[in-house]
Design a protein around this ligand. Structure first.
Ligand SMILES: [Zn+2]
Length: 393
């Protein structure tokens, strides 16, 4: 067992070197982290997906009989294809205090700082100065709709002693974030019946049927905007719905037999997106389909649930929010529009705050970067966190 030490920047250079674009396996990175932890005698639990090509990693340092603090991050990154990078996206480049590579801000920066702190956490523990355990919780497939975090949060929430706090280190410039909207995406295929367009009344036009349902989605969007529910912490302060993709038809003189479209619901925490989705489905099945099936029973709507991220909301006056506010030095907590894994942990009963280095403005872009100053801020935050931990919340 070799104990290796890294600065945060060295650790980040190591982590961005693993190409963990969400479509690929993250196991090389996960195994490397497991071996690094093993060097310090820390055991890791790997939670694989069904393909066994991806895994979450969970590890605990310190007294497991006390409610700990979870440091949570996703190991996958978004693709680089079609983006104009000035340097190799998988090799860390430093220029003028900025560190460039895919995943630097979203969000290997936070994971790097946490991992680089390992020797310090272990030393604190050995000296009896770690009042509560530190959990590392690193997930896969966040960028595909927070797929990995569910089994990871299940594992953590079912521990004999539940953690007192989870910090999700998505890039917030080290400002505490206490809420975001949820996302519920659906793909819909309309099966129609083909015919020469001169015989349109004897056919089922899949594009027109899709258009009628899309108009209904729009009417719900208008209702949400005019009637609420409203939550002023968000911009816009209500649940939004929109159809972003539609494909159908091959020629103007053919009644199209198929149309595909995708719509999304971005819900404030007060709104159940499943209920809205059910309202849309019922309109399709009860109002639109009967007329279609009168002509051909094989026609109709088919819905497939796509990405889903739970909304996240923790009270701004929660003691754990207070703690993170103090430690981060920020003035106030805020809600944001981008989605994270926080709602998954929060809904499992682990008080959760999003707070991490770097800016979301750099995420998912070519020449993604994080400022060295942000890594430093995160180091200080974790130092104060480990030093300020109480045995219980
Ligand atoms: Zn992210």
């Amino acid at each position: 067992m070799t104990q290796t030490t890294f600065t945060s920047q060295q650790m980040l250079a190591r982590l961005v070197g693993f190409d963990t674009i969400s479509t690929k396996s993250n196991l090389e990175l996960i195994h490397w982290v497991r071996d690094y932890l093993d060097g310090y005698g820390i055991a890791s639990t790997l939670i694989h997906d069904d393909t066994k090509n991806k895994a979450n990693l969970h590890a605990v340092i310190g007294p497991e009989d006390k409610p700990g603090v979870v440091l949570s991050g996703h190991t996958d990154v978004v693709p680089v294809e079609g983006q104009a990078w000035d340097s190799d996206p998988f090799s860390l480049r430093e220029h003028d205090g900025l560190l460039y590579a895919r995943g630097t801000c979203d969000m290997k920066g936070f994971i790097a700082v946490a991992l680089a702190k390992l020797p310090d956490i272990v030393a604190r523990h050995k000296a009896g100065k770690l009042a509560a355990p530190v959990h590392f919780a690193f997930s896969y497939d966040e960028e595909l709709g927070c797929l990995g975090a569910h089994s990871l949060a299940d594992t953590i929430a079912s521990l004999p002693v539940k953690p007192q706090l989870c910090v999700v280190g998505e890039p917030t410039l080290m400002k505490p974030i206490t809420g975001h909207k949820g996302i519920c995406d659906y793909d819909c295929t309309v099966h129609g019946k083909e015919a020469h367009s001169s015989l349109a009344p004897y056919a089922v036009n899949a594009v027109e049927a899709a258009a009628e349902l899309i108009a209904h989605v729009k009417s719900i969007a208008r209702r949400m905007q005019s009637e609420g529910p409203f939550n002023k912490a968000f911009d816009p302060p209500f649940t939004t719905l929109h159809t972003g993709l539609m494909h159908g038809g091959t020629a103007l003189n053919i009644v199209p037999n198929r149309c595909d479209f995708s719509f999304e619901i971005r819900n404030i925490p007060e709104v159940d997106p499943e209920a809205l989705a059910e309202e849309i489905r019922q309109y399709a099945f009860k109002t639109l389909e009967p007329r279609m099936k009168d002509i051909d029973p094989k026609t109709g709507f088919e819905f497939r649930a796509a990405a889903k991220v739970q909304a996240f909301d923790i009270a701004n006056d929660h003691p754990m929010v207070d703690l993170v506010l103090q430690l981060s030095g920020a003035n106030e907590a805020a809600k944001v529009s981008f989605a994270t894994e926080a709602g998954i942990f929060q809904n499992k009963g682990v008080p959760t705050v999003v707070c991490g280095p770097g800016s979301i403005a750099q995420a998912h872009k070519p020449n993604e970067f994080i400022a060295q100053e942000q890594l430093l801020k995160c180091e200080h935050f974790l130092d104060r966190l480990f030093g300020g931990l109480k045995a219980a919340a």
